[in-house]
Design a protein around this ligand. Structure first.
Ligand code: NAD
Ligand code: SER
Length: 312
């Protein structure tokens, strides 16, 4: 087992549950502390430590880091795109202040590493729609995207100025079966599976031809761990790496679902989330991540759909 003590903040969320489980396999259950404002997810109960923690309370966070001899932090607490548009100030405050609290403590306590995810939401309507590159025009139009882009530059600043080894990925929309998504524009691609099994029909809040970058959770967890385990000299991007898995539209995933649920039907009723989706690229170029630390996704739409139905 590797000698690290890891604190996962936001461990009860969609990514946090699976990332905590994966980290506990590598570092040992006792060395990965799950924490959240919410209560512990049932999948984490009994297999490792949990502390109730508000990342906005910097003093309490600092006390926990010292008391538990924490050497690495994975910061996952955030307000996502759709919820963020309903309460922009709350999203800005949480997404920015949580990161600044963690970066300050990482600097002061000389933590070995910090992980903080960004998102494809940094891109805006003026970014290229297809194969959006690592470096391009970036003019986000959602508060979530603005907070992620600003956060990327705080990460870069703390790396350059204080040598904090912080690493980051721009996740696409994530699809998973273990834990529910938390208020994003890409959540439809998880809801569709549950509704297909329960009702054999799904009303999608995005239009049928809205292509977005997506990724299956096992790929996202593996990417996170591969990035964090890569030698520091391989990490050339200290803002955040583009990361790609697949790209599909609601109609395409609907057709894939139909292969597993005969008689499944889908209708479309776009709401305010359509505008958010329209502002994002349809596909992502992650060749820099491939080159720097060897990233390669495993799941395409067909393989993911099969695995989702096997597990749900
Ligand atoms: P989520 O909403 O499912 O989970 C976030 C967790 O943070 C929740 O359990 C919530 O209770 C917790 N939290 C909120 N405020 C907190 C606070 N003050 N103190 C402690 N915990 C708090 O989100 P997620 O989908 O797991 O996303 C995790 C990270 O990955 C976020 O930074 C998000 O922006 C990013 N991301 C997610 C996706 C995706 O598709 N899920 C895509 C791109 C980026
Ligand atoms: N899945 C996320 C969202 O829709 C992208 O960061 O908000």
């Amino acid at each position: 087992m590797k000698q690290e003590k890891i604190l996962v903040i936001g461990a009860s969320g969609q990514i946090g549950v699976e990332l905590t489980l994966a980290l506990r396999k590598i570092y040992g259950a006792a060395n990965v502390i799950a924490s959240d404002l919410r209560e512990q997810n049932e999948l984490l109960i009994g297999n490792g430590p949990f502390v109730s923690l508000d990342v906005m309370n910097k003093e309490m966070l600092h006390v926990q880091v010292i008391r538990q001899n924490v050497t690495q932090i994975y910061l996952l607490a955030a307000i996502l795109s759709a919820t963020g548009e309903k309460n922009p100030h709350l999203a800005w405050n949480l997404n920015m202040q949580s990161l600044l609290n963690v970066l300050d403590i990482a600097k002061e306590e000389k933590l070995h590493k910090v992980y903080w995810p960004s998102s494809i939401a940094v891109f805006g309507p003026t970014s290229p729609k297809q194969n959006c590159p690592q470096q391009t025009i970036i003019e986000p139009t959602t508060v979530y995207g603005i907070s992620k882009y600003a956060g990327e530059f705080w990460c870069n600043y703390f790396y350059n100025k204080y040598n904090v080894d912080i690493r980051s990925l721009r996740y696409p929309g994530l699809i998973s079966y273990k834990s529910a998504p938390g208020g994003g524009t890409t959540d439809y691609a998880v809801e569709i599976f549950h509704e297909a099994l329960a009702e054999k029909t799904y009303e999608c809040f995005l239009d049928k031809d809205t292509y977005l970058p997506m990724m299956y959770m096992p790929d996202a967890i593996r990417a996170t761990i591969e990035l964090m385990e890569a030698p520091a000299e391989k990490i050339c991007v200290r803002t955040s790496y583009n990361l790609a898995g697949m790209s599909f539209s609601p109609e395409e995933i609907g057709n894939e679902v139909k292969k597993h649920v005969p008689g499944f039907t889908m209708t479309y009723k776009p709401d305010y989330r359509q505008q958010i989706a329209n502002s994002w690229p349809q596909s992502i170029d992650d060749s820099v991540a491939q080159k720097d630390w060897g990233w390669k996704p495993e799941y395409d739409l067909e393989k993911m759909t099969e695995d989702m139905f096997t597990n749900l």
